[in-house]
Design a protein around this ligand. Structure first.
Ligand SMILES: Nc1ncnc2c1ncn2[C@@H]1O[C@H](COP(=O)(O)OP(=O)(O)OP(=O)(O)O)[C@@H](O)[C@H]1O
Ligand SMILES: [Mg+2]
Length: 303
């Protein structure tokens, strides 16, 4: 029986089984190796046990939004062939604390008894709630219980906590976890891989524009990139325009915002395109004259 809230009878957990990662997980090699290790350890429990060692039982994922924390938890559940249970701590923490405590306990008990991957999402919520002074004692007790649970987490289960605000957590909290993985926004190269993955087979003919994407996507998360890529594909279909034009349309707004020197830098990529001067000017805000001048000044490529 899935744990439910005592009053509302609403499920406290979101269950994904089988857990299916929605896209290929792109990670820097260091993080990838650590996740692989967590999976490999579970395959070699007997050998570990002979050495008196436990497999990794608890992980903390920190990093900005949209960089693969939830996706990694799903990937782990998938690789381990286990259900992914997601508890959003921000939601349970928003109800009154007596109830919060019993809800959290019933979720932890359920997760411990089922071979699963439990994701405690928005884990910083336990550190943030400071609204009502009368609650402080009770809150402290709740946090203590939760941390104790992490310490004692059974090795047949796997607990993953995720937060956008690792800095809000006490260093003492970090130490409770077997491993802490710090996620970051994609590098230029990673953002292009993410973009290509979203396009799959339909990716034809605009790889010339990839350097432009890398510039415009500085600091963007994987989830921003996935969203833009989907928008571009839909726009191309609905408006009956090329993917290249939809892509430039999508970036037109950002191009208009870019600084003077950035814009100069972007110009060659744009004028490489097969779209008309007039349309390019509309999309990007460069004047037709500028576009034309730039195009004409380029050496004509031989066939
Ligand atoms: N490392 C990654 N590799 C490939 N795609 C990614 C990656 N990270 C994020 N994405 C894309 O962004 C979407 C959202 O990612 P995810 O849910 O893992 O973010 P998150 O780090 O958990 O963010 P939040 O802190 O907002 O919960 C994914 O569905 C996927 O499309
Ligand atoms: Mg998430």
């Amino acid at each position: 029986m899935l744990p439910v809230d005592a009053d509302s009878r609403l499920a406290l957990l979101k269950v994904e089984y089988p857990a299916v990662p929605e896209t290929e997980l792109i990670l820097e090699p260091g993080l990838r190796a650590r996740l692989d290790q967590v999976v490999s350890e579970r395959d070699r429990l007997v050998e570990l046990e002979k050495l008196g060692l436990d497999p990794t039982r608890s992980l903390l994922f920190t990093g900005p939004p949209g960089v693969g924390k939830t996706l990694s938890a799903r990937w782990l559940a998938h690789r381990l062939g286990r259900p992914l249970l997601i508890l959003d701590l921000a939601t349970v923490m928003s109800s009154f604390l007596g109830k919060t405590g019993s809800n959290i306990r019933s979720v932890l008990d359920y997760a411990k008894s089922s071979q699963s991957v439990l994701l405690l999402d928005e884990f910083d919520s336990i550190a943030k709630r400071r609204d009502d002074d009368s609650d402080v004692g009770e809150l402290k007790r709740l946090v203590t219980v939760l941390l104790q649970e992490i310490d004692d987490w059974p090795s047949n289960s796997l607990l993953v906590a995720a937060t956008n605000h690792g800095e809000l957590l006490d260093p003492a909290v970090w130490r409770r976890f077997d491993d802490v993985l710090e996620y970051s926004a994609p590098s230029e190269e990673q953002s292009i891989i993410a973009f290509r993955n979203t396009f799959g087979e339909t990716d034809t003919g605009f790889s010339d524009l990839f350097p432009l994407l890398a510039i415009l996507w500085k600091e963007k998360s994987y989830s921003d990139i996935a969203r833009s890529a989907k928008w571009i594909r839909k726009r191309s279909l609905i408006a009956g325009i090329s993917l290249e034009e939809a892509l430039l349309e999508n970036f037109g707004k950002e191009m208009k915002k870019a600084s003077g020197s950035e814009r100069k830098f972007l110009l060659p990529f744009i004028t490489n395109s097969s779209i008309s001067d007039r349309r390019l000017s509309q999309i990007t805000g460069f004047s037709r004259d500028t576009i034309r001048k730039y195009r004409n000044s380029r050496p004509v490529e031989a066939d």
